[in-house]
Design a protein around this ligand. Structure first.
Ligand code: C5P
Length: 224
C-alpha cells in the first residue's frame, strides 16, 4: 500500500478564477483553469489528508474523496475559506480577482445614446493575506502562489513578506509558456524559515513538470 503521510491532517485549498459580476449576465474573470489547485487537492487526498477545496468556476470534476465547495466571487471564496477553518495546511492556488465592480448593475446594462457605462472598481479582500494574519485560527503552514510575467523571484519574495505566508510557489505565466490553461508548470518553491524577512527565504527551482507532478512534489515537501 502507498504511504499516507498526511493521514489525520486537514488541508484547505483554493483554486480557479473568481467571477466578479458586472450585471446579472456579465462578469470579470481571468484565464485560470483550476488545474494546479485541483491536482494539489487530489495529491493531498491520496496522501491521506482530509481535503477541502474551495473553487471558483472551472470546468473540472470534483477529485474523488475531496470536499469541494464551488463559489463565484472573491468575497464568497473568503467566507467559505473562513468557515472551513481550522486547517493544518492552507494552500491558496486560486487566481482571485484583485478588483470587483463597485456599481454592480441590478439589471442588464443597456446601450444608450449617453455612451458607455463607467465601471468603477474596488479592491477585493486578499484571502491569502487575511488567513496568514489570523491570530487564533492561522493554519501552521500557509502556502501562496505567485503567478508573474516578470521579476518572478523578487516579486515572490516580496509577496511572502507582504502577505505573511510561509511558502510561495512562484510560476512564470508569460503567455509563450502556455501555463495558464496548460498541463505543465515551471515553478520555484520559496520557503521562509523563521521571521518574516527577505533574508530568511530559500529558493528551490524545480524542472518543468506536469501539474500533477508539481502537486505530488509539493505534497511530499509538506509531509516532510
Ligand atoms: O497578489 P497576488 O494576486 O499576486 O498574490 C497571489 C497569491 O495570493 C495567490 O496565492 C492567490 O491565491 C492569493 N490571493 C488571494 N486573494 C486575493 C488575491 C490573491 O488569496 N484577493
Amino acid at each position: 500500500p502507498r504511504p499516507r503521510p498526511l493521514t489525520g491532517k486537514r488541508v484547505l485549498i483554493t483554486a480557479g478564477p473568481t467571477h466578479e459580476a458586472i450585471d446579472p449576465v456579465r462578469y470579470i474573470a481571468n484565464r485560470s483553469s483550476g488545474k494546479q489547485g485541483f491536482a494539489i487537492a487530489a495529491a493531498a487526498q491520496a496522501a491521506g489528508a482530509d481535503v477541502t477545496l474551495v473553487s471558483g468556476p472551472v470546468e473540472l470534476r470534483d477529485p474523488a474523496g475531496v470536499t469541494v465547495i464551488r463559489v463565484e466571487s472573491a468575497r464568497d471564496m473568503l467566507h467559505r475559506v473562513e468557515a472551513a477553518l481550522p486547517a493544518d495546511v492552507a494552500i491558496f492556488a486560486a487566481a482571485v480577482a484583485d478588483w470587483r465592480v463597485a456599481n454592480e448593475g441590478e439589471q442588464k446594462l443597456k446601450k444608450t445614446s449617453a455612451g458607455m457605462p463607467p465601471l468603477q472598481l474596488v479592491e477585493n479582500p486578499d484571502i491569502l493575506a487575511t488567513i496568514s494574519k489570523l491570530k487564533d485560527k492561522r493554519p501552521p503552514l500557509v502556502i501562496g502562489f505567485a503567478a508573474e510575467t516578470e521579476h518572478l523571484i523578487d516579486n515572490a519574495k516580496a509577496k511572502i513578506a507582504r502577505k505573511g505566508c510561509d511558502w510561495i510557489v512562484a510560476n512564470d505565466v508569460s503567455p509563450a509558456l502556455g501555463v495558464m490553461g496548460g498541463d505543465r508548470n515551471t515553478v520555484h518553491l520559496l520557503t521562509r524559515d523563521g521571521d518574516i524577512n527577505i533574508d530568511n527565504i530559500k529558493v528551490d527551482s524545480w524542472p518543468v513538470m506536469t501539474k500533477e507532478q508539481v502537486a505530488a512534489e509539493l505534497v511530499a515537501k509538506i509531509a516532510k
